[in-house]
Design a protein. Structure first.
Length: 416
């Protein structure tokens, strides 16, 4: 939001250093030629100089320079991140490898096929960070870029080529600086871009200070920097994407972990340089940039401050709830497992009981044998006559009685 502290534009196109090369990796402090107690600013300054010196765009015919550039970028990727730096200081590369490193790629150093793969993965939701072209950074540092004025309360639209940048100058008065400044960029075409903020040095050049990558918000992509005199936060969606890949069921608890404090919360009176950098993989990026004074958005400013405080409190609550959830989940899984075992045991016991009861049935082969040995006719009671024999006798008797009755009647008639 206020912008993430910049890495000089090319953070680690080489975060891609392979693990097979791990034994040959040099100490990141040695690579950047800084001491272990160097400040973030000293590390960033050393990185910028080396990145520009060894960048592939300037050393197309020097493969060794390309490898050195990767080494420099990889080292800076570790030392520019407080958590990774702490891990490395405590346990070396093993801690970094175990935790994994974020990969950033330099599109200017990729072929068409690799760029297509990167674009495909990005479309599928894989968080792929891209670096800023060394040419853009070098032009800015030399002060040779064209800066268009962008008055407060106005907007400008345009299309910027991939790996190129449009620069804008926002002039702020003392009163406006005290009220607060907002710079936002949106793209209705959902283009990928970066919003950059540069600080002017004594030599007339511009050094990259802040960077905000575009995020999809509703039907547009957007990025913003908020200089409102209170701590503003930015959301790094890649943190949630990585958490989702590692543990989809628990990714919810990491949704707010990407909330990171912005390093700059205010601007001083003067002219400030912002830039829109085209970050699409192939085509130009269309955008609209606007600069606003917070004086006319006082109510909205208070709402932003309030909602971010609520989100921070909720993040703390979620961390506690995650502990409770995992404990309850473990108990649930234990109970569920026991339920399945107990059910299986009960089913088995009842099955054994049924089989035991069935064993009490009379053996028919024994019954047949006992009848024959007693001189009987070998038939089981109830089987002496075939079905219908009894009925046949009854029918015959009935017929006889009917015949006799008729015959008797005939004789009486004859006697009369």
């Amino acid at each position: 939001m206020g912008g993430s502290k910049m890495e000089g534009g090319t953070s680690s196109s080489a975060a891609a250093t392979s693990t097979s090369a791990a034994p040959n990796r040099r100490d990141p402090y040695e690579v950047l030629n800084v001491s272990r107690d160097s400040s973030d600013l000293e590390i960033k300054s050393a990185y910028r100089k080396l990145a520009l010196k060894y960048h592939p765009d300037k050393n197309a015919s020097n493969p060794e320079a390309s490898e050195l550039f990767k080494e420099v970028a990889y080292s800076y990727n570790i030392l520019s991140d407080p958590e990774k730096r702490r891990q490395y200081d405590n346990a070396g590369f093993e801690a970094i490898d175990a935790d994994g490193t974020d990969m950033e790629i330099d599109l200017s150093n990729l072929g068409t096929v690799n760029t297509m793969f990167a674009a495909l993965f990005s479309k599928l939701g894989v968080p792929i960070k891209t670096t800023i072209s060394a040419n853009v950074l070098e032009d800015a540092m030399s002060g040779t870029v064209t800066v268009r004025p962008l008055p407060l309360g106005s907007s400008a639209s345009g299309k910027v080529e991939k790996q190129s940048a449009h620069f804008f100058g926002v002039t702020v008065t003392e009163e406006q600086a005290q009220a607060g400044i907002i710079v936002r960029v949106t793209s209705a075409a959902q283009s990928k871009f970066k919003l950059l903020y540069f600080e002017q040095d004594n030599g007339g050049g511009y050094n990259l200070a802040l960077q905000e990558d575009s995020e999809k918000t509703g039907k547009v992509t957007s990025a913003g920097m908020y200089f409102l005199h209170f701590q503003v936060y930015r959301m790094d969606s890649s943190v949630n994407a990585i958490a989702m890949a590692k543990d989809p069921d628990a990714a919810f608890f990491k949704r707010l972990e990407g909330l990171q404090p912005c390093e700059v919360s205010e601007l001083k009176a003067g002219t400030h340089i912002f830039s829109v950098y085209g970050d699409n993989f192939f085509k130009t990026a269309s955008y609209t940039i606007e600069a606003l004074c917070a004086a006319t958005y006082e109510g909205t400013t208070h709402k932003l401050k309030d909602i971010e405080q609520q989100i921070l409190r909720k993040r703390t609550e979620l961390r506690q709830f995650e502990t409770e959830y995992r404990k309850a989940l473990a108990q649930f899984q234990e109970v569920t497992s026991r339920y399945s075992q107990e059910k299986q045991t009960v089913d088995e016991l009842l099955k054994q009981r049924d089989n035991i009861q069935l064993s009490f049935m009379v053996d028919r082969s024994v019954v047949f044998g006992s009848k024959v040995s007693n001189g009987g006719n070998g038939r089981v009671p109830g089987e002496d006559s075939s079905p219908g024999e009894e009925d046949g006798k009854d029918n015959k008797s009935g017929k006889k009685r009917w015949f006799n009755l008729n015959l008797k009647g005939s004789n009486d008639k004859r006697s009369t």
